[in-house]
Design a protein around this ligand. Structure first.
Ligand code: COA
Ligand code: AMP
Length: 635
């Protein structure tokens, strides 16, 4: 039937309270909310303010109580360790209840913060759910971040406890987490009371007596505890994401909005039913991992897959097809970069022939712009709808999508389709005036935002208001630029700030510049995101050396590369750096990063009228050429 999307969208827009009250009825509340939305002090809104619930109860206990106890809740598939492990809803509930008991026994109370620094092991999900069970607020830190980034997060969130694993496993190398953890605690001004370490056999860690505790021993000795109901506005988690500076933003997600929105989206966006197998190939350290590896599928009574591996090399570019066929995945979600990696190694998709994907129904892509080539390749070889969708850590769930659970709309390459019911998207010019169809401007969302979107930045109300709600009063500023065409399809083109997207990972060039600027020989620097055929973008640094420095510039650049890896982590993928005599600037001293990016990408660019000295652009062009930018057209 057609018109269903339009009808749902209109209803959510015109009667948001009634619409979301209906969605909230699918949730198990300890105390039913009587008020749907408290919007008295925008942008500080609270959905279901007088409701009480527990996220872990909604993820696990309610399904066990409803007779789903023996159904598989979680499949841990780990090609890097050669293991597959299944947890039924009952088994997962029991392990979570016991680990929650261990946390409680260590004095973790409702509202206390727990940092989780773990690779893709089931214990990461267990730790998250255990926090939720007792109302503790988890903050997961991605394993590819360095000790310094971990320290910044421990300090900002004031973690009472850290839960970590002894090591992670990247193809071809072990990543020892424990030295990074020790270093982070050394660096942190705010010292956690204890660290729980999950020992992995691939590389157990030495524990520090009096501070470190062994996960298995604690879990074995613990008494299971029940779920603690919390107010809907109680934070379920804080997740740090990159902003324009080195200080990451602690995105706060409330419990009620999160449960309501994720449950709704499993049905309406992804078209996944209880009992279906859903797989999001991401990492628990990102918002996709929070929403669609752990919480969403479990709130929905589905089976989720926690995959510790890569799209290629673990062991081959058929890895995703194996998982989909072996576990009966119905709907799969990953980032376009993963498909570009597969396509590069297996352009004809020969590995696909080895697997039966007859139960596979849809592929969702997000995390970065989906280029039409990748979309076309996936469509051709998979023969299922390939659906781009757009969202952000702050939003928590998709803001634009082809909602296959409502009505599958025609796919338009390059577009994540249309706004999801609940999100009122507009395109504004720099003065805040609405732009006509087809014209590029700032993508903004009208307030109030729907349930499940962020309710603040941890401990920083001022930054919350200033960064997102001050440029366009009455709107949330997404930080993305794009347009809406005459048919209502949305096109997301680029960031409007200094955030870049590398292999689907959101990174701050500002944070990298802070590291480069700290090098003793560097006077000035700029980091830009340059186009990369596989990762979408790569960071590229340009440094101006201090007068009188006579060391080899290449050595200094190599040192800056090592510094970024050491301070931010390998995930920054910062490998390109070159010394330049000067940086191009406007007469008022603003570095012309956009122009440098256009030169590096071989895109059309115009000399900015405000440029101080046009000759600098030639110098930059010569330096970029040394690094191979712009790449030859047929590369
Ligand atoms: N722990 C430690 N190190 C990690 C890590 C982790 N969890 N994740 C990545 N790294 C390291 C990598 O090993 C790599 O190190 P190297 O410089 O020594 O090679 C570096 O960080 C950069 O990683 P990445 O940008 O992911 O590049 P890659 O070449 O290892 O892999 C892809 C490229 C495309 C295969 C990979 O990015 C991928 O699978 N992406 C899928 C998309 C995704 O997960 N997106 C998340 C949001 S949906
Ligand atoms: P993150 O907060 O890490 O999820 O990153 C969010 C950012 O990634 C967005 O602001 C966009 O810039 C980009 N992004 C995510 N999904 C898409 C998409 N489908 N199309 C274009 N850009 C996207």
């Amino acid at each position: 039937m057609s018109g269903e999307y339009d009808a749902e969208y209109r209803r959510a827009r015109e009667e948001p309270r009634a619409y979301w009250a209906e969605a909230a009825a699918a949730v198990d509340w300890h105390r039913q909310p009587q008020t749907v939305l408290d919007d008295d002090h925008p942008p500080f809104t609270c959905w279901f303010p007088d409701g009480e619930l527990n996220a872990c109860h909604n993820a696990l206990d309610r399904h066990v109580e409803a007779g789903r106890g023996e159904q598989t809740a979680l499949i841990y598939d780990s090609p890097v360790t050669g293991s597959v492990q299944r947890f039924s809803y009952r088994e997962l509930r029991d392990r979570v209840a016991r680990f929650a008991g261990a946390l409680r026994a260590l004095g973790v109370e409702t509202g206390d913060r727990v940092v989780i620094y773990m690779p893709m092991v089931p214990e990461a999900a267990i730790a998250m759910l255990a926090c939720a069970r007792i109302g503790a607020v988890h903050s997961v830190v991605f394993g590819g971040f360095a000790a310094n980034e971990l320290a910044v997060r421990i300090d900002d969130v004031r973690a009472k406890l850290v839960v970590a694993a002894s090591c992670g496993i990247e193809p071809g190398r072990l990543v020892p987490y424990k030295p990074l953890l020790d270093q982070a605690i050394e660096l942190a001004r705010y010292k956690p009371e204890a660290c729980i370490v999950f020992q992995r056999e691939q590389q157990p860690a030495e524990l520090i007596a009096g501070r470190d505790l062994d996960w298995r021993e604690l879990e074995a000795a613990a008494e299971p505890v029940a779920c603690v109901p919390v107010p809907a506005g109680h934070p379920l988690y804080v997740l740090y994401t990159s902003g324009t500076t080195g200080q990451p933003k602690g995105v706060v997600r409330d419990t009620g909005g999160c449960v309501v929105s994720l449950l709704w989206s499993m049905h309406k966006v992804y078209g996944v039913a209880p009992g279906d197998v859903f797989w999001a190939a991401s990492d628990v350290g990102w918002v996709v991992g929070h929403s669609y590896i752990v919480y969403g599928p479990l709130f929905n009574g589905s089976t989720s897959i926690l995959y510790e591996g890569k799209p290629v090399g673990t062991p081959d570019p058929g890895a995703y097809w194996r998982v989909i066929s072996e576990h009966g995945v119905k709907v799969f979600f990953t980032a376009p970069t993963a498909f570009r990696a597969i396509k590069k190694e297996d352009p004809q998709a020969a590995h696909l022939q080895r697997y039966d994907l007859s139960g596979f129904e849809a592929l969702f892509l997000a995390g970065e712009r989906c280029d039409p080539d990748t979309l076309g390749w996936a469509q051709e070889h998979l023969g299922v709808p390939v659906l781009d969708h757009w969202w952000q850590t702050e939003l928590g769930w998709p803001a634009c999508a082809n909602c296959r659970g409502i009505e599958l709309l025609p796919v338009v390459p390059g577009s994540p389709t249309k706004p999801v019911p609940g999100f009122v998207l507009e395109v504004l010019d720099s003065q805040g005036r609405p732009l006509p169809a087809g014209e590029i401007g700032a993508l903004v969302l009208r307030l109030p935002l729907p349930p499940g979107t962020f309710t603040g930045l941890w401990g920083n109300e001022e930054r919350f208001v200033k960064a997102y709600f001050s440029t366009f009063p009455g709107y949330y500023e997404t930080g993305d630029a794009g347009y809406i065409d005459a048919d209502g399809y949305v096109f997301v083109m680029a960031r409007t700030d200094d955030v870049i997207n590398v292999a689907g990972h959101r990174l701050s060039t500002g944070a990298m510049e802070e590291v480069l600027a700290a090098h003793p020989d560097v006077a000035e620097c700029a980091v830009i995101g340059v186009a990369d055929p596989m990762k979408g973008q790569l960071p590229l640094g340009m440094v101006v050396l201090k007068d009188g420095v006579d060391r080899d510039p290449a050595t200094i650049c190599a040192e800056t590369v090592a510094l970024v890896r050491q301070h931010i982590g390998p995930v920054a993928a910062f490998k390109l750096c070159i010394a330049v005599p000067r940086l191009p600037k406007t007469r008022s001293g603003k570095v012309l990063r956009g122009t440098m990016r256009a030169i590096a990408d071989g895109a059309h660019w115009k000399q900015p009228a405000t440029i101080d000295d046009p000759a600098v652009l030639d110098e930059v062009g010569s330096a970029l050429a040394v690094l191979g930018y712009p790449p030859p057209r047929d590369a």
